[in-house]
Design a protein around this ligand. Structure first.
Ligand SMILES: Cc1cc2nc3c(=O)[nH]c(=O)nc-3n(C[C@H](O)[C@H](O)[C@H](O)COP(=O)(O)OP(=O)(O)OC[C@H]3O[C@@H](n4cnc5c(N)ncnc54)[C@H](O)[C@@H]3O)c2cc1C
Ligand code: FES
Length: 263
C-alpha cells in the first residue's frame, strides 16, 4: 500500500535567482499538478513547507520560494544536483474549466505572481482557451521583480499593467495594484469574466474591496491563500479556519468564502 504522505526524494535540476529574496528551484518529478495546487517540500531533520507550483513541464516542476525562516533558508543552501523531498500535489487550484472562453483578470502582489505563473503560461501556450487576459502585477521595488523574461513575453499576448509601489521604472506604472483595478473594462465583458487575486493578506483584502467598487461580482472573484499547514491532507487541523480546511478546500477560494478568511 502506498503511504499518501511519504515524501519522494527528487533531484534539483536548476536554481535561478529571480529577485533579491526569491529563487526558483526546478526539481525532477513526474507529478502533474493542476494549476494553483501546492506541494509539501521538505529537508529531513529540518522540516516541511507548503509551496505553490510556479511552472511545470515534462519531468519537472518549478517552485519559486521566498527565504523567510527555518526551512526556506535551508532550501536556499541547495544547488543543482542536490536532493529535495516532495509530496503532493495538494489542494484545489484555479477552476480553469470555469475560466474557459471568458475574460480573465489576474491581479498579483509580489511573490503572489508565483501561484498564477503556471496558469498564465498555460494561457500563453493555448491562445483562445480564454477570451483574453488582463494582468496587473505589482512589486515593492525593482529588486522584488519576479520572472522578468516572462513579464516581457506576456506584454505581447496579454493586457498588462506592471507597477512598482513607489519607485519609477520605464514602461511601468507607480502605485499599488488597487490603483489600477478601475482600468479593467468590466462593463464590456457581458458578465463573462473571472478574476484571480494572489498576494499578501492586506493586498487581497483591499483588491477585493476595489473589485467590488468597480462592479465585479463576488462569485466571479477567486483568491489563493497561504496558511500555516502541517499534514496538508485534512487530518491535523493546523490550517483550519472555522469550518474551512485551507489544505483541502483551498488554497483557492471564491470571494464569498475568501473575504471571511482574510486576516
Ligand atoms: C498553499 C501555500 C502555498 C504557498 N506557496 C508559496 C510559494 O509559492 N512561495 C513561497 O515563498 N512561499 C509560499 N508559501 C509560504 C511558505 O509555506 C512559508 O513561507 C514557509 O512555510 C515558511 O517556513 P519556514 O520554515 O521557512 O519559516 P518559519 O521559520 O516557519 O517562519 C518564518 C515566518 O514566516 C511565517 N510563516 C510560516 N509558515 C507560513 C505559511 N505557511 N504561510 C505564511 N507565513 C508563514 C511565520 O509566521 C514567520 O513569520 C505558501 C504557503 C501555503 C500555505
Ligand atoms: S494542514 Fe492538516 S488539516 Fe490542513
Amino acid at each position: 500500500m502506498v503511504n499518501p504522505v511519504q515524501p519522494q526524494c527528487c533531484e534539483i535540476l536548476q536554481v535561478h535567482q529571480e529577485s533579491t529574496h526569491e529563487w526558483t528551484f526546478r526539481v525532477a518529478t513526474d507529478v502533474h499538478p493542476a494549476h494553483g495546487q501546492f506541494m509539501q517540500l521538505s529537508i529531513p531533520k529540518v522540516g516541511e513547507v507548503p509551496i505553490s507550483v510556479s511552472a511545470q513541464g515534462d519531468g519537472w516542476l518549478e517552485f519559486t520560494i521566498r527565504s523567510v525562516g527555518k526551512v526556506t533558508d535551508r532550501i536556499f543552501t541547495k544547488r543543482a544536483g542536490d536532493a529535495l523531498f516532495l509530496r503532493g500535489p495538494y489542494g484545489k487550484g484555479w477552476p480553469l474549466e470555469s475560466f474557459q472562453g471568458k475574460h480573465v483578470v489576474v491581479i498579483t502582489g509580489g511573490t503572489g505572481l508565483a501561484p498564477v505563473r503556471s496558469m498564465l503560461r498555460f494561457f500563453q501556450e493555448h491562445p483562445g482557451y480564454v477570451q483574453d487576459v488582463y494582468l496587473i502585477s505589482g512589486f515593492k521595488d525593482e529588486g522584488g521583480i519576479l520572472f522578468r523574461g516572462e513579464l516581457d513575453g506576456w506584454q505581447g499576448c496579454f493586457n498588462t499593467i506592471y507597477a512598482l509601489d513607489a519607485a519609477q521604472k520605464e514602461g511601468w506604472r507607480t502605485g499599488f495594484v488597487t490603483d489600477f483595478v478601475k482600468e479593467v473594462p468590466f462593463s464590456t465583458f457581458g458578465g463573462e469574466y473571472a478574476v484571480a487575486v494572489v498576494g499578501p493578506p492586506s493586498m487581497m483584502r483591499f483588491t477585493g474591496l476595489e473589485l467590488l467598487k468597480c462592479g465585479a461580482e463576488p462569485d466571479k472573484i477567486w483568491m489563493s491563500f497561504e496558511r500555516k499547514m502541517s499534514c496538508a491532507i485534512g487530518k491535523c487541523g493546523h490550517c483550519r479556519i472555522n469550518e474551512v480546511y485551507v489544505c483541502l478546500d483551498g488554497p483557492v477560494f471564491p470571494y464569498p468564502i475568501a473575504s471571511a478568511l482574510v486576516d
